[in-house]
Design a protein around this ligand. Sequence first.
Ligand SMILES: [Zn+2]
Length: 306
Amino acid sequence: MRKHGRQGPKSRKAHSRVGAWLAIAIVAVIGAVPVSPSGAQNARPRGFAPLPVVTSVRVYVLDCGTLIYNRPEDYGLSREEVANSNMSVSCFLVMHPKGLLLFDTGLSDRLVGRPIYENIIGGYAQLKLNTLRGQLADIGVTPDKITYLALSHSHYDHVGNANDYAGATWLARRAEYDVMFRPGAPAGAGRDYSALAQSPTKFIEGDYDVFGDGSVVLKPTPGHTPGHQSLYVRLANTGGVVIAGDLYHYPEERTLGRMPAREKTTETPASRAAIEKFLQQTHSQLWIGHSIAFFRDARKAPAWYD
Ligand SMILES: [Zn+2]
């Protein structure tokens, strides 16, 4: 250090020449190594995107995993009848001027990086490439920013990260709540939502207008589970959208009029009929979160629908 402090003008000049050569060498090396835009994006620290200030409603479609599955027969369909027997797992964030609603939390973030043979439940192999938390951070949303949490229902592929959002007000239906916290439960998926027992909870009934202006409405669609619900969002440019939850899994259930045998004696037929009527009345489209075709074609976060 002392030596550097005594450098004369000549010595500094020599150093600056070396520096120039170094800079040229670095540019040459960087130039020779292609840096992919996606790689650069992944290297960006997460959580630094600012939370957008919105003046109209947005919906973000989030990748919450994939279920590798080959028994469409369980849904009343032959393998020839379905275009793809696997299922996407989608989560949805609604951004409204008055707050944020997270609808479903998908497969657990802890599955990311794990091989599917470790995580097979009833023939469904769970694959997760992205965390929900990271995708939300990329659009400026940390868990404490979520105003409301709503679940279509309490199956494991919809509640995987529910504990992360237990600080939000949970919009719950009593029939589903009773299933989730009945004596003996929670087991299995229960560990992923156990923190909701301490959440600020609002029990809702019938059609529930989340922000009070008719643009975001939780609609009861029981059958698949006792307290199953779907979500209607009215968007300025996209129009009306109904996010089905598990009212349907495969799009062919809708086009061919099929359903799991177990559900034929539940409220599923009535719930489907009510939603189909609502879709017609409001000229809305139906988004089936488990449909591979839906997710493939969807505008995915960080892009959005408005
Ligand atoms: Zn599901």
